[in-house]
Design a protein around this ligand. Structure first.
Ligand code: SF4
Length: 476
């Protein structure tokens, strides 16, 4: 599903890899890693590598990884250290100059950078830099970060010191990988840790690789072994010969991995903060099944909205003892940008005909897609459709995931002044379901399995409505 109509999208995925064999080219491994995190962005793809001569090579373009990097393009890279990036965005507002990795060279420093993030004090920092005489050619977060690094590097001539200063000044949600022309990798995660960032190693007979990625599924794909997460507020430096050095720059009592990573953004085969995304989704389904209506198991089936509702639907089926059936077929050759459910989904008539369907999805944004799916299932002969949503209602917008900032799109936000029962009844009526149930906040946190003050769930938190605060201010 896509934000174009009614669904939010994660904005970026990043990869970094370093090999201690200077004759080895890491471009193919980066390609494999980017393919594994393609779900985090489908508009741009890019790779940068540094070779033993200190030459940084960068290529990026509009499109999926497999379209941008044909075999010839991969051969064009050389170098044992590299980074990669996939990004989401809208074609109308996108400019190839904003694609990443972002290569930068001045008289003093040369590097390439890939950023996954949203800088919330962007305007304030940019104004300060403009007052210092800095010139910008775009309005992108990545250009701002690059300009800050260049500025800070001038005073210390140390990349580590420049990044430490950056960490202390920038607010928001960000993870970055930076590649120098000297073949060093720097990795950084914001002090709250909104976005996931993990690392692993790969060992072959004569080679050792350090790998960093937005999601562990890419480390698996790159044949690495997951070692852990980059900690919130941490900078990690990796040199092909000297190895790994970690620097804990900021330590906060409050962390806030985005709950929506577990609910929707991340791939189910990823491990975030040591927790399996698939397990969380399964538990979300089990919890939804608790104290639900009593259905006749002989005439009722649990059907997922593929693919993101699948793990929760399996959990629901297990928890309710109602059979699980794939009653909706997804066209796997349409990427998320193509969002119309009529193009993407088709009901399996022999499965749904004459049945009460418990339809399970990860979350509900505008309700437009869900309404279309319900209509489809009714046309295919389903006698009743009971919608079960693995995430609580999204009652607040979020500046961190900027495509989630449009309040007008959020059906629950529009009805936020209603009490919870009326809000659910109205949405149920709007989407023309027979019944509707959302996850509770308590069960969301329980399913994730982290302490409350280690998860951001501000977009589903009622009390924020009363305070009318920006969600990011509540955490920082
Ligand atoms: S407010 Fe919601 S979408 Fe935004 S970071 Fe927090 S959990 Fe994620």
């Amino acid at each position: 599903m896509s934000f174009n109509h009614n669904k939010i999208e994660e904005h970026c995925g990043i990869i970094g890899i370093s090999c201690n064999d200077f004759s080895y080219s890491v471009a193919n491994s980066i390609y494999t890693g980017l393919m594994a995190i393609q779900h985090r962005g489908q508009l741009f793809s890019g790779i940068s590598t540094t070779n033993s001569d200190g030459k940084i090579t960068t290529y990026k373009d509009f499109g999926l990884v497999s379209n941008v990097f044909k075999v010839k393009k991969i051969k064009f890279f050389s170098g044992n250290v590299g980074i990669g990036h996939v990004a989401y965005g809208s074609l109308e507002n996108s400019n190839i100059d904003n694609a990443q990795p972002y290569y930068h060279k001045s008289d003093l420093v040369e590097f390439s950078l890939a950023l996954n993030g949203t800088i919330t004090n962007f305007n304030e920092i940019k104004e300060r830099l403009i007052n210092m005489g800095k010139v910008f050619i775009s309005n992108s977060d990545v250009e701002l970060i690059v300009t800050m690094i260049e500025t800070f590097f001038r005073s210390s001539e140390s990349m580590l010191e420049a990044l430490k200063l950056l960490m202390n000044i920038v607010k928001g949600a960000f993870c970055l990988v930076l590649l120098t022309n000297e073949g060093e990798l720097y990795v950084m995660r914001d002090p709250i840790g909104y976005k996931p960032l993990c690392y692993g190693i790969r060992e072959e007979e004569n080679r050792k690789f350090f790998i960093v990625s937005s999601e562990s599924c890419a480390i698996d794909a790159m044949e690495g072994i997951l070692k852990g997460d980059i900690k919130p507020g941490e900078i990690v430096n990796f040199h092909p010969l000297k190895g790994l050095k970690k620097y804990q720059i900021l330590s906060r009592k409050r962390h806030g991995i985005c709950q929506y990573e577990f609910v929707y953004f991340a791939r189910p085969d990823s491990i975030i903060n040591g927790i399996s995304v698939a397990d969380v989704r399964y538990r979300l389904g089990i919890n939804l099944a608790q104290s639900d209506l009593k259905f006749n198991p002989d005439n009722t089936i649990v059907v997922p909205v593929p693919d993101s509702g699948r793990s929760a639907a399996m959990g629901y089926a297990w928890g309710s003892k109602i059979p699980y059936q794939e009653g909706l077929m997804k066209n796997r050759y349409l990427w998320q940008i193509k969002s119309d459910p009529n193009e993407k989904l088709n009901p399996v008539k022999p499965i749904v005909e004459g049945k009460e369907v418990i339809l399970v999805d990860d979350s509900m944004i505008s309700g437009v897609t869900m309404k279309k799916i319900i209509l489809m299932l009714r046309k295919a002969g389903a006698v009743a459709i009971h919608v079960r949503i693995a995430c609580p209602p999204i009652v607040n917008s979020c500046q961190i995931n900027s495509s989630f900032s449009n309040k007008e799109l959020l059906i629950a936000y529009q009805k936020r002044k209603l009490n919870r029962k009326d809000l659910v009844d109205e949405i149920c009526n709007d989407i023309q379901a027979n019944s509707l149930k959302f996850q509770t906040n308590e069960n969301l946190i329980k399913s994730i399995g982290l302490k409350k003050n280690f998860v951001c769930y501000a977009c589903v938190e009622d009390k924020i409505l009363k305070k009318e605060k920006k969600v990011i201010e509540l955490i920082q």
